[in-house]
Structure formats: structure tokens, C-alpha cells
Design a protein around this ligand. Sequence first.
Ligand SMILES: [Zn+2]
Length: 192
Amino acid sequence: MARRTIVLDAGHRQSLKNTGASGHGNTEAWVMWDFCRRVKRGMRVVAPRWTVHLTRPTKELIIPLQNRISLCRAVKADILVSCHMDAGPASARGPSAFYGDMCGSARLAGCIYNRLMQLRWYKPYGRGVHHHTKVGKGSVYILRAAPCPSALIELGFITNKWDWWSMVKSIWRRIRINRKVRAGIRDFFRNR
Ligand SMILES: [Zn+2]
């Protein structure tokens, strides 16, 4: 297995007030920080020669978006994956994926999204893979500025009780989601 360098970005906390979406007593910033460090830990087991860098190594740190991009440059990242959760009406649910401008980004987003779609609680609610200009308010800085293939994954809606339950409450489901994200990243490198 070749060496790979992956930058995992837990969305938000680029300022003190920026905690992202919130729902059911949890903030997106915290849920994603916790998720990303678990993905990193899991990656160490399945792909020990790969290096995973977290843009937000501790939950308290405030990291401007520019610093996340400079981290990608500094470590010569092969890919950047940013993890988020959506907010919306209580009935809105399901994951979606967005891709950046660098060549390979769409395939990266697709690889992770397709793996998530294998999960029975996500499958009927998939919201598709889109270019970053389709994200709510215009485009996403991190996907525009990334010096490597980049994807932003919305792991369901924190405002939906089932999506929230899958990411926060159910350890069993969260482990499976974690595995699918890792499998998607490995698919990307495998099928080049
Ligand atoms: Zn977000």
C-alpha cells in the first residue's frame, strides 16, 4: 500500500461563535470533531502507512479556514475531506456530498457517497453528489481553495432525529458510518 496523506476537516469552529448547525442538544462542530478523530483512529488500523491529519485536533481550538488550506499544502495532502451535518426542517434527512474544483474531487465525493448509500438508514434519503456551488449560500471556500482533490460530506441532518441518532446516539451505527467513510477514501485511491 502506497503512502497517502489525508487531511480530515471537522467542519466549523473557524471562529468562537461558529459552531455550525445544532439540534437535539448537540452542535455540528462538536459532533464532527468527535467523528473525525474516530475516523483517524480507525484509519490507523486499516491503513497504517497512511497519514491522517486533523484540521481541528482538539475541540476547543479555533482554526481559520485559510489555516486548513495551508495545512494541506504543508503536509502535501493527497486529499481533503471535510465532514459536516446539515440543518433543516425536522423531516429533512439524508447525506449529501459536494466536490471541489481540483481534478479528482468529483470522484472522491462519489466514492464516499456511494459507500454511505450502502447503509440502509441512509439509502432511501440520499441527496446526491453536487459541485460546491450547489451548497446553500454560494460556494464553499475550502473546496474552492483546496490544493488537492477535495470533498465535503454532509452526514445527514443534525436537526432530524434519526440522522442525529445515527451519528450521536447509536454507537453501532456510528461505527458503520465511520467504516463507510474510510472505505470510500480507500476506493478513491484503489480505483485511480
Ligand atoms: Zn457545516
